[in-house]
Write a protein that binds this ligand. Structure first.
Ligand SMILES: *[C@@H]1O[C@H](CO)[C@@H](O)[C@H](O)[C@H]1NC(C)=O
Ligand SMILES: *[C@@H]1O[C@H](CO)[C@@H](O)[C@H](O)[C@H]1NC(C)=O
Ligand SMILES: *[C@@H]1O[C@H](CO)[C@@H](O)[C@H](O)[C@H]1NC(C)=O
Ligand SMILES: *[C@@H]1O[C@H](CO)[C@@H](O)[C@H](O)[C@H]1NC(C)=O
Length: 233
C-alpha cells in the first residue's frame, strides 16, 4: 500500500522515465523545514503546503536558506515559485561545496550571513542562478536571469526572465526546473528554457559536481515555494 501511494505520486510528479526521486518537500508541516540552515535573518512560515520566505532584518540584510541534504551530480531540481511582494531578487544555489572539496559547513571556513560576496568570491564553490531580479532599478528595466559560477563572479549564462510583476501574478505559481548534468546546466520556467550552460573549456575553474542547494532572497521580496523535488537523472 505504501509502495503504491509513492509510485502514484512519482508518476504524477515526474514526466521523465528512468529518473529516481531523491527528495521531495511538500511543506506539509513546520517540521518540513526544521533542519534547514539559515544564513542571514529570515522569516520562514509553512502553511497550506507552502513555504513563505521574507527577510527579517534591515532592508540591506539578505539571506541564504540551505537544505540539509547533500545531493549528487546529475540531478533535476524543481519547485513552484510565486512572488508576492516586490522589489527584491530570488536565487537558487546548487552544487555547493568548500573550495577544498569538503562541506560548506566545515570548520575553518569564513562566516556567512547572506551577503553575496561571501558566496561568490570566497572559500566555497558553487553555481548560482538569479531570477526575478527586481532589486535594483537597472535590473527592473530589463528582466534577465543569470547563472554564475564561483569562486569568482563568473557570469556563464544569461537569458530573458518571463516572470511578470507581482500585480500580474494573481495567485499563479511558476514551475522552475534546473538540470545539473555534469558539465551541463539548464534553467526553465514553466517549461520555457531561459538559459543553458556547457562547462567545457570555460576557464572558470573545476566543474561543479555534487553538493548542497539553497534558496536566497534579497529584500524586500516575499516569495512562496511549493513542491521542492530533486530527481536523479
Ligand atoms: C509530510 O511529508 C513527508 C515527506 O513526504 C511524509 O513523510 C510525512 O508523513 C508527511 N506528513 C504529514 C503530516 O502528512
Ligand atoms: C514572521 O511571519 C509571521 C507570519 O507572517 C508573522 O506573524 C511574524 O510576526 C513574523 N516574524 C518576524 C520576526 O518577522
Ligand atoms: C491553499 O492551496 C490551494 C492550492 O493547493 C489553494 O487553492 C488555496 O487557495 C490555498 N489556501 C490558502 C488559504 O491560501
Ligand atoms: C551538454 O551540452 C552540449 C551542448 O549543448 C551537448 O552537445 C551535450 O550533448 C550535452 N551533454 C549532456 C550530457 O547532456
Amino acid at each position: 500500500m505504501r509502495w503504491s501511494i509513492l509510485s502514484v505520486l512519482s508518476v504524477m510528479a515526474s514526466a521523465v522515465a528512468g529518473e529516481k526521486l531523491l527528495y521531495r518537500n511538500t511543506f506539509n508541516s513546520s517540521a518540513s523545514i526544521s533542519s534547514w540552515i539559515a544564513e542571514g535573518p529570515l522569516n520562514a512560515t509553512v502553511s497550506n503546503n507552502t513555504l513563505e520566505l521574507r527577510g527579517a532584518g534591515k532592508l540591506d540584510d539578505y539571506f541564504v536558506y540551505w537544505l540539509p541534504e547533500v545531493f549528487p551530480d546529475r540531478i533535476r531540481i524543481s519547485w513552484e515559485f510565486q512572488p508576492i511582494q516586490e522589489p527584491g531578487l530570488a536565487m537558487f544555489f546548487f552544487g555547493a561545496t568548500s573550495v577544498a572539496g569538503g562541506s560548506i559547513f566545515d570548520k575553518g571556513l569564513k562566516p556567512r550571513n547572506g551577503a553575496y560576496p561571501q558566496y561568490h568570491s570566497s572559500d566555497i564553490r558553487l553555481l548560482h542562478a538569479s531570477y526575478f531580479r527586481r532589486r535594483w532599478p537597472e535590473e527592473r528595466v530589463f528582466h534577465l536571469a543569470n547563472l554564475r559560477k564561483s569562486p569568482g563572479f563568473n557570469l556563464v549564462a544569461q537569458g530573458a526572465d518571463p516572470l511578470p510583476a507581482v500585480e500580474d501574478v494573481k495567485g499563479a505559481y511558476y514551475k522552475v526546473e534546473v538540470i545539473k548534468d555534469k558539465r551541463n546546466v539548464s534553467f526553465k520556467v514553466n517549461g520555457l528554457l531561459l538559459f543553458s550552460f556547457d562547462d567545457t573549456n570555460t576557464n572558470t575553474g573545476p566543474v561543479v559536481r555534487d553538493g548542497r542547494i539553497a534558496f536566497r532572497q534579497m529584500q524586500p521580496l516575499i516569495a512562496r515555494y511549493r513542491n521542492v523535488e530533486v530527481w536523479k537523472l
